[in-house]
Design a protein around this ligand. Sequence first.
Ligand SMILES: CSCCC(=O)C(=O)COP(=O)(O)O
Ligand SMILES: [Mg+2]
Length: 254
Amino acid sequence: MTAPAGPERADGVTAVVVDIEGTTSPTAAVVGTLYPYARARLAGWLAGHPDDPRTCRAVAQVRELLGEPAADLARVTAALDDWLARDVKAAPLKTLQGQIWAAGFAAGELTGVLFGDVAPALRRWHAAGIRLAVYSSGSAVAQRAWFGRAAALDSAGRPSPERPDDLGPLLTAHFDLDNAGPKTAERSYARIAAVLNAQPGRLLFLTDRPAELDAARAAGWRVVGVARPGEPYAAALAGYPRVSSFADLALTAA
Ligand SMILES: CSCCC(=O)C(=O)COP(=O)(O)O
Ligand SMILES: [Mg+2]
């Protein structure tokens, strides 16, 4: 029989680094809302931002990943559409999605969604003197927009978009595929520890995916899996220290 999740305790923590999809936020809010929003606007974004440096760099990265330096915009768009459909966590796709979403957030068309226990826990840990950061496949630009206008789910699982919170001031750093590297690579966590100027053993990573927990642990980090009922990886976390809610995680600062 599988042991129940949590509670978990960690003392002497310098910083908590949180994943987004499946951890702070429902997978459905990302895959069911953000992805279609980006898919519908991708071709228009590429055509409409021919001189934007971030867009140009992402297009160049797509050509590089394809091994097709002369790929035209139609070919680039088709590749991005294919990656989006298969949820390939490719850095240029995440960059472009992030730009499109950030515009959607700025226009008031999108709202971040957080499980109800997330904002209270982040506030508690922050007040206790623990630094907070995000490490997601979603770009840093998307992360800032998401946490800058975030609606908590109520007990019935409904977001309250009329009262979105700005949690940005709680977060000291945003890590993504571009500035840290793949989430399943040990070296990415070593890089983040260096940027945070923290000992790996004082860093705690919270995520829903076993392969990410393994990579962080290999880099010397402390890890706790977040096994939220109904999320795709919840059952796969059975062998890890884990909680089903941030409310079940007691932390003290270093
Ligand atoms: C608002 S960030 C969008 C999240 C995203 O695009 C994604 O791929 C989520 O992956 P995560 O690493 O947070 O599980
Ligand atoms: Mg995740």
